[in-house]
Design a protein around this ligand. Structure first.
Ligand code: CO
Length: 133
């Protein structure tokens, strides 16, 4: 098995402060990490759940894929992050299994991780992010 953990479940939200407040009120959740990833045009807040995270994400500019996604589909589940030991190896295995990569090569993600995204078409309608710590 190449997956070692569910790294995160990512939820696209319009208002990051309001979303954090909702998780704080509902679950007593605390923000473990917060970051603006300029390359992706995304701001994220990570709420730790055991060894995984709930990742609340919003767009920080008009041309960001998340901003476009929110405009088209509204708030909701956006992608799932699978933790792996070797991002390049698992990306290769996914492509061999018929999946379509969005990132041809692993690249830097948030909090110093290495990541690669796989297109939902060819992956059971699920946007997948491979995350190597
Ligand atoms: Co993610």
């Amino acid at each position: 098995m190449l997956l070692t953990e569910i790294d995160h479940v990512a939820i696209a939200v319009n208002d990051l402060e309001a979303a954090i407040a909702f998780y704080q009120t509902a679950f007593g959740a605390e923000v473990e990490h917060r970051e603006i990833v300029e390359r992706d045009g995304v701001e994220e807040a990570l709420l730790k759940v055991a060894e995984s995270y709930v990742q609340l994400i919003t767009g920080v500019r008009e041309d960001s894929p998340i901003t476009k996604h929110l405009a088209k589909r509204g708030e909701g589940l956006h992608h799932i992050g699978y933790r792996v030991d070797d991002c390049a190896k698992v990306l290769e295995a996914m492509v061999a299994a018929g999946a379509t990569p969005i990132d041809a090569e692993p690249r830097p993600g948030s909090r110093g991780t290495t990541v690669a995204f796989i297109h939902p078409k060819g992956a059971l309608g699920t946007l997948i992010e491979l995350v190597q710590e």
